[in-house]
Design a protein around this ligand. Structure first.
Ligand code: FRU
Length: 576
């Protein structure tokens, strides 16, 4: 039994989708021509002859004029992600998401995205999240021809991690995003192999000739999540419209002695001192998390140069398996190394998923830290896989708001979100600072009203910001929703602490000691990002329990003195 709809498409329109035979129907008989077909009049221009029980990627480009008829058998085909676009205007219009719903085809062009995003009470409104399915790390961040490009780790067929692709979106301002077609696919169909792996994290590289390319890791078909896999590095030259890889070459296969299966997440730059290319990679050396340094004269032939950083034994002892997503860049005359140690649990607090930074100098391919101590980048731990890039003379970073501790309630059409864009800097004590890129101000809608001093009335579902300056030691800030406390931030025992409704107390989320001079917080349907002391201390938490605030309360201690206070309600970045 097939259903058909008429589509109005232009010449050159392209369809992409991921489909399989519905599990319950795997053994059922069906007529091939009815599973999925596209016709112009009587002529079949595209047909799936046999649908496998595992997901597969399908694509069709319409090179004819005239209307197109889509036919499908809803009892047999399961399509997860499905979209169409016109390459000529996709950079502005984005893709149109499609959904086969019974005997209807629901189209969601860009105009329909605000309703889609706002209808989910747990979906952040100031931040990027995928239209549907799973995302993790930001990848390939760059600023090209006046626009920001975001690529991201993406699993198109469900809201869980799986065979990795690169999703793609573009923005004029780092806040409002337009969804573009998937950019990178795994080398081969991993669903058919029952394997994981695929196009893992990587970054953009703008060469001395101004040409954009990407370096990334391919994890080859893997049958174990934690060992015995192979990771190789690849180089991609994108098509002129940046919609697809034009050339994709394997550039690095084997790690140095002492390294093992973890060998990933390249970040490449051009080192003008040596007149050559440099790459950092996350790995482990004899079991210690490490950052490897590679060099190349042409960007294609890479040689191992040195271990740029090796983590002290403490990290391995407490579970760290390797470095992930190393970032290495120059900032105000210093070099900054940022990295995550996957598997590490801090014994004192129970926190995991921490990111660290270290400042130093980089000469003759040696990184010399200013001090051996690592700076904890975000005490809330829902800020991982940070990647930064240079644009308009600023170093801008995004990270993935997730720490594997809690997740969106089952049934959510998507998982994973990005932080606010953060501008990186160094303070007087040579700490890396992170502050939200100032475009957020244009999204403010109105000042929050106060029921009584320090008691703000929130607009349910709208993002909010509260900013305080003063002698803030001892302050407590409580966000409340209908069902109770969503979060509490407290300055106690010299540290900033944060808890959310899910917490049992087993893990302690607190900062290093500080005298609290200013604090800016953003709450957005369950995402809490805190920037204290001009961004020297940041804390990010994602709660899925109480995501709608009705009230926010400032509770000063006897020692607290608030000199200035601003509180704003925000528009959604996904509004029309
Ligand atoms: C970090 C990470 C990277 C890897 C990617 C795979 O979250 O594990 O090391 O490239 O995610 O999705």
């Amino acid at each position: 039994m097939s259903t058909s709809v008429e589509l109005h498409v232009t010449r050159g329109a392209r369809f992409e989708f991921w489909a399989r035979r519905k599990p319950a129907e795997s053994e059922a008989e069906y007529a091939d021509e009815e599973v999925f077909a596209l016709r112009t009049g009587e002529r079949i221009v595209y047909r799936i002859a046999a649908l496998p029980p595992y997901f597969q990627f399908y694509t069709y480009t319409h090179h004819a004029d005239g209307p197109l008829t889509l036919e499908w058998d809803e009892n047999v085909i399961e399509i997860t992600l499905f979209y169409r676009y016109d390459p000529a205007d996709v950079a502005e219009e984005g893709v149109t998401f499609l959904e086969l719903k019974g005997d209807r085809l629901v189209a969601r062009p860009k105009e329909a995205w605000p309703a889609w995003y706002q209808s989910d009470p747990d979906r952040p409104q100031l931040r990027f999240s995928p239209f549907q399915a799973w995302m993790n790390d930001p990848n390939g961040l760059c600023f090209i021809d006046g626009r920001y490009h975001l690529f991201y780790q993406f699993h198109p067929t469900e809201a869980e991690w799986g065979p990795m692709h690169w999703g793609h979106a573009v923005s004029d301002d780092l806040y409002r995003w337009t969804h573009l077609p998937v950019f990178l696919h795994p080398e081969q169909n991993l669903w058919s192999l029952g394997a994981t792996g695929g196009a893992f994290s990587g970054s953009a590289f703008i060469g001395p000739d101004g040409r954009l390319s990407f370096y990334y890791t391919e994890r080859l078909p893997a049958y174990d999540l934690f060992k015995d896999y192979k990771e190789v590095q690849k180089h991609v030259l994108p098509s002129a419209d940046l919609l697809r890889p034009e050339v994709n070459s394997l550039v690095l296969v084997d790690g140095p002695p002492g390294s093992a299966h973890d060998f990933r997440d390249p970040k490449v730059w051009y080192d003008s001192n040596s007149g050559a290319f440099r790459m950092v990679l996350g790995a482990a050396i004899d079991g210690d998390p490490a950052v490897l340094l590679y060099g190349s004269k042409d960007g294609a032939d890479w040689k191992f140069l040195a271990v740029l950083y090796r983590a002290p034994e403490h990290f391995r002892r407490h579970g760290a398996r390797c470095v992930e997503c190393p970032d290495f860049f120059e900032l105000d005359g210093r070099f900054v190394l940022v990295m995550g140690f996957v598997g590490f649990t801090e014994p004192e607090t129970g926190r995991h998923n921490l990111l660290y930074a270290q400042l130093g100098s980089f000469e003759d391919d040696r990184f010399t830290p200013l001090t051996p101590a690592l700076q904890e980048l975000d005490f809330g731990t829902d800020f991982y896989a940070m990647q930064s890039f240079r644009a308009k003379e600023r170093q801008i970073a995004f990270a993935w708001l997730f720490n594997w501790e809690f997740r969106k309630p089952a049934g959510s059409p998507y998982s994973g979100e990005l932080s606010l864009p953060r501008v990186l800097g160094l303070d007087g004590e040579l700490r890396l600072t992170m502050l939200p890129e100032e475009g957020y101000r244009t999204l403010r809608s109105r000042v929050l009203t106060q029921a009584s001093p320090g008691h703000f009335v929130c607009e349910p579902g709208q993002p909010l910001e509260v900013s305080l300056v003063g002698a803030l030691d001892g302050i407590r800030i409580v966000g409340r929703g209908g069902e109770g406390e969503s979060f509490t931030i407290a300055h106690r025992a010299e540290r900033l602490q944060v808890s959310v409704a899910e917490d049992t107390g087993e893990i302690e989320y607190h900062s290093t000691p500080l005298t609290l001079e200013n604090l800016r917080l953003f709450f957005d349907r369950g995402v809490l990002e805190i920037f204290a002391n001009d961004g020297a201390v940041c804390g990010t938490r994602r709660t899925y329990k109480i995501t709608t605030l009705t009230a926010l309360e400032l509770i000063p201690s006897a020692a607290t003195r608030i000199d200035a206070c601003e509180a704003w309600s925000y528009h959604s970045v996904w509004r029309d």
